[in-house]
Design a protein around this ligand. Structure first.
Ligand SMILES: Cc1cc2nc3c(=O)[nH]c(=O)nc-3n(C[C@H](O)[C@H](O)[C@H](O)COP(=O)(O)OP(=O)(O)OC[C@H]3O[C@@H](n4cnc5c(N)ncnc54)[C@H](O)[C@@H]3O)c2cc1C
Length: 306
């Protein structure tokens, strides 16, 4: 049974959910001199910021790019002794199938038309890579300035950094605690236990409005078929080679992290068949997710708000 004795004089804050948002909000609340407890319904923490280790390779749920200098990056740097290792994805190394490079540096005419907003195919492609289809001007600018980055340790590494800093300062993270009711004076758990609180922060990952669902496929191949490119785009499908971007990812191989806004896994596999010939016979490990919610409780991506 869960029971917490809060010290007198401090505000009692319960954070519901131990995903990136919950952990980051808990750090904030702790720094503001509150007494904080995190309740998580699953046995493991991290929510969608998880990875699965298969034969020594870290496979996540599709590609994640961290906004360098954004609130999540700042928070992780604040709680860490060693900075996370970030390498930027380069728009001049992303190929739009049938249209040329996303940022055509060697073609002044195409570059001018992109800059003047007269190239709808490149505009859509920029939106796809910068916000996975969401229109987020800050991330779009960051992509062009080399500030959207692959994180060497992955999204789960960021989760681990936040969780261990909370552990160091004594903020408990209680797994297997599903909150079923939020009351004025606290919460009730699925097993009926009531926990009192002065403030309850919901960080359960429930999207605002209609959830944006995407499909993802992550594969490590024992060859390098993209020949140094960082990615390939066609319509609403993107294939990103994390190993071409970050030297710590799957050295000597390619680590294709793919996302499809529409068309599911079939659309991803169709683009792989078209552009990455023979990929099926080079697979070392594979992780597919037919439907995963992209947006968070604010209706956007995670790293611009904390
Ligand atoms: C393919 C893909 C690519 C993405 N790319 C990016 C990117 O490039 N940049 C970016 O910033 N974001 C990206 N995101 C979004 C980012 O992954 C999510 O916004 C972020 O992980 C959500 O964190 P969260 O803590 O809000 O929710 P979650 O990770 O969903 O965590 C919520 C937690 O709450 C727990 N919970 C739920 N209900 C209860 C309850 N009743 N009681 C107790 N616990 C509960 C859950 O078990 C879970 O652990 C991407 C997402 C996807 C799917």
């Amino acid at each position: 049974m869960v029971t917490y004795v809060f010290e007198g004089g401090m505000k009692r804050v319960l954070v519901v959910g131990a995903g990136l948002q919950g952990l980051a909000r808990a750090v904030h609340k702790h720094l503001a001199k509150n007494q904080v407890v995190i309740l998580e319904k699953r046995e493991r923490i991290g929510g969608r910021g998880t990875s699965q280790e298969v034969h020594g390779f870290q496979l996540e749920h599709g590609p994640h790019l961290l906004l360098k200098g954004g609130p999540l990056h700042k928070m992780v740097k604040k709680v860490s002794k060693v900075k996370p290792s970030l390498w930027p994805i380069r728009p001049q190394k992303i190929m739009i199938a049938g249209h040329g490079l996303l940022y055509p540096m060697n073609s002044p005419k195409e570059l001018l038309s992109l800059k003047m907003g007269q190239d709808p195919i490149r505009d859509d492609a920029l939106r796809l890579i910068s916000g996975w289809g969401q229109d987020i001007p800050e991330r779009r600018k960051a992509l062009l300035k080399g500030k959207l980055c692959v994180v060497g340790e992955g999204w789960s590494g960021l989760v681990g950094r936040l969780a261990s800093s909370l552990e160091e300062v004594g903020v408990p993270i209680q797994p297997s605690c599903e909150v079923t009711e939020v009351r004025e004076d606290g919460v009730t758990l699925a097993n009926g236990v009531r926990i009192p609180a002065d403030e309850v922060i919901m960080a359960t990952g429930k999207p605002k409005g209609k959830p944006v669902k995407v499909s993802t496929l992550d594969i490590v191949l024992d060859n390098k078929p993209l020949d140094g490119l960082h990615g390939i785009i066609k319509g609403e499908v993107a294939i990103i080679d994390l190993a071409a971007i970050h030297p710590l990812k799957s050295q000597g191989n390619s680590h294709l992290s793919c996302i499809s806004l529409e068309g599911g896994i079939d659309a991803i596999e169709a683009l792989l068949d078209e552009r990455v010939s023979g990929w099926r016979s080079h697979i070392l490990v594979k992780r597919a997710n037919k439907s995963i919610t992209l947006t968070d409780s604010e209706g956007g991506l995670a790293d611009a708000r904390m």
